[in-house]
Design a protein around this ligand. Structure first.
Ligand code: NAG
Ligand code: NAG
Ligand code: NAG
Ligand code: NAG
Ligand code: NAG
Ligand code: NAG
Ligand code: NAG
Ligand code: NAG
Ligand code: NAG
Ligand code: NAG
Length: 441
């Protein structure tokens, strides 16, 4: 009896151990099954929208859409068998609530077929629109009637309308939000468009092969300026500082040159600044330190020189910092706690920049060499990276945080495994102690 009970307890404990381990395996296995389940549920979810759309139809039973506008929509290949104003019509159409007929306020034409044509009659009928979007519509532009251009506040043209001109865009006199991207725009420069559209608040002219220089005059009320991916040349004018409400300035991927004007620091509302992929030279102006809200600073792929300013580490909101592929030199003035705070940090491709191994003893790959005792890069820079692939040496904190996140993703399974191992160790310890106490008694 006395000899059988320890064996029995051992069995019991082994059983307990086996169940905990299998339970642990199940919990580690459950995340993949959980992530796999949305896709089977997603496919039956596709036919289901038919049912939710029926309860939503009573909302649209106000008044019908103006018959003239229905005909205009039909001419643009938009199905009108159902009420176009019904919310089931997936926000490509927004109507007002007037009677006896409702009118269109917003229309998005996307992925239209090539045989759709804009007609002056249709556009005249659509002149109640305040917002008009073209997305992937390779149709030919025509002159918009003045009633329409007078009402439009938002105009978007992405990879649509084949080709636009400054004359055509300048007619949109009351537009506050202008987005034109992936369409060639012919103009002597962005200035002629910006000067004509006096009410602009937000402007994107991106990947439009726009040529010329940046304007000398800017609207103080602009909050968003994206002129990236064009052929703009010359310097950044110091008059840029009048845009005191500017939140985003994106001048990346142009042919801008010269130094950054120190007046850029007057843009005290600025959150995102990108001047990447130009040929901007000189050093980073100290005035940047006076931009309290800066979150995103991208100066990569330019010809900036001088030392990396230490004040960047004191910019409390900075999350994204790209200084890669420039000509900075000297010792990187950052410590590990600053680098840990950044979500993205790129520094590679600055051959004369180095980091102090004793103050920045991190395993983080910075893409630059450690300094020797003279503060110069140690002779063999990370040659394996630069020789194999130039794009792989430009990641650092970026890689670091990604790795962190990955570890986090694998975290739960590791935790569970750890618990299982700890539990089994405890169980074995108990068995051992029980056996020990039995035999030594
Ligand atoms: C939105 O509605 C239009 C017209 O009914 C339809 O062609 C299009 O596929 C819908 N788009 C989405 C994303 O549901
Ligand atoms: C347009 O086409 C693209 C790609 O072909 C697709 O991803 C998108 O959902 C389409 N948009 C609409 C509104 O149908
Ligand atoms: C458009 O702007 C002009 C002045 O530029 C103004 O007279 C007109 O009332 C505006 N139209 C609308 C609908 O806001
Ligand atoms: C801009 O010009 C380049 C070279 O001529 C061409 O490949 C590209 O398609 C153009 N972009 C647009 C948006 O037209
Ligand atoms: C800027 O906006 C304010 C108020 O929104 C307006 O009063 C002012 O006239 C605008 N300034 C310009 C130059 O358009
Ligand atoms: C600037 O524009 C480029 C290309 O259009 C884009 O990739 C980048 O994210 C933009 N940056 C900011 C700060 O908006
Ligand atoms: C940085 O570049 C500017 C303009 O190209 C040049 O005048 C200056 O001497 C350079 N400074 C250093 C420290 O290399
Ligand atoms: C501004 O930068 C932040 C941080 O990089 C980014 O998450 C955000 O999308 C950017 N905003 C715009 C409008 O580009
Ligand atoms: C890291 O640098 C920042 C900014 O220079 C400073 O405020 C902070 O105290 C430094 N942290 C450590 C641990 O040295
Ligand atoms: C690196 O930092 C240590 C400790 O702060 C300092 O003693 C050393 O002089 C620095 N090295 C260089 C090259 O500046």
């Amino acid at each position: 009896m006395a000899s059988s009970s320890p064996i029995f307890t051992t069995f019991l404990l082994l059983f307990f151990l086996a169940t905990t381990i299998s339970a642990a395996k199940e919990t580690t296995a459950s995340p993949p099954t959980a992530s796999a389940s949305p896709s089977p549920t997603a496919s039956p979810a596709k036919p289901s929208p038919k049912t939710p759309s029926t309860p939503s139809t009573p909302i649209s039973s106000h008044s019908p859409l103006d018959p003239k506008q229905i005909r205009a929509l039909q001419s643009l290949d938009i199905p009108t068998s159902r009420d176009p104003c019904s919310p089931a019509h997936n926000s490509t159409i927004i109507c007002d609530a007037s009677s006896p007929f409702r009118h269109l306020l917003s229309l998005t034409l996307s992925n239209c077929s090539e045989d759709v044509a804009l007609s002056l009659t249709a556009l005249k009928s659509l002149s109640t629109l305040t917002s008009f979007q073209f997305i992937n519509c390779p149709i030919s532009p025509i002159r918009f009637p003045s009633e329409l251009t007078s009402n439009l506040h938002t105009f978007t043209c992405i990879n649509s309308l084949k080709k636009l001109t400054s004359v055509w865009l300048s007619k949109l006199e009351n537009v506050t939000d202008l987005t034109v991207s992936d369409v060639p725009v012919s103009a002597s420069g962005p200035g002629i468009i910006l000067d004509s559209l006096k009410k602009l608040r937000s402007v994107t002219l991106s990947n439009t092969n726009l040529t010329g220089f940046l304007p000398k005059h800017w609207h103080p009320n602009l909050t968003y300026v994206d002129l990236s991916g064009n052929h703009l040349k010359g310097r950044i004018p110091s008059s840029i500082n009048v845009m005191e409400n500017l939140l985003v300035l994106n001048l990346s991927s142009n042919s801008l040159e010269g130094e950054m004007p120190s007046s850029i620091g007057d843009l005290t509302s600025l959150q995102n600044l990108s001047l990447s992929s130009n040929t901007i030279s000189g050093s980073i102006p100290d005035s940047i330190a006076a931009m309290p809200d800066l979150v995103h600073l991208d100066l990569g792929s330019n010809k900036l020189n001088g030392t990396v300013p230490k004040f960047l580490a004191d910019m409390k909101k900075l999350k994204y910092l790209n200084l890669e592929k420039n000509s900075f030199h000297g010792i990187l003035p950052f410590n590990a706690s600053f680098l840990a705070r950044l979500e993205v940090f790129k520094l590679g491709g600055n051959g004369n920049l180095c980091y102090n191994h004793s103050t920045l003893a991190v395993k983080v790959k910075l893409g630059i060499a450690p300094c020797d005792k003279h503060g110069l890069p140690m002779s063999p820079p990370p040659a394996k990276d630069t020789s194999s692939d130039s794009s792989s040496d430009d990641y650092s904190a970026d890689d670091y945080s990604d790795n962190n996140k990955q570890e986090h993703h694998h975290g739960p399974s590791k935790v569970v495994l750890g618990i299982a191992i700890a539990l089994s160790s405890i169980v074995f310890l108990i068995i051992f102690l029980v056996l020990l106490s039995r035999c030594c008694r």
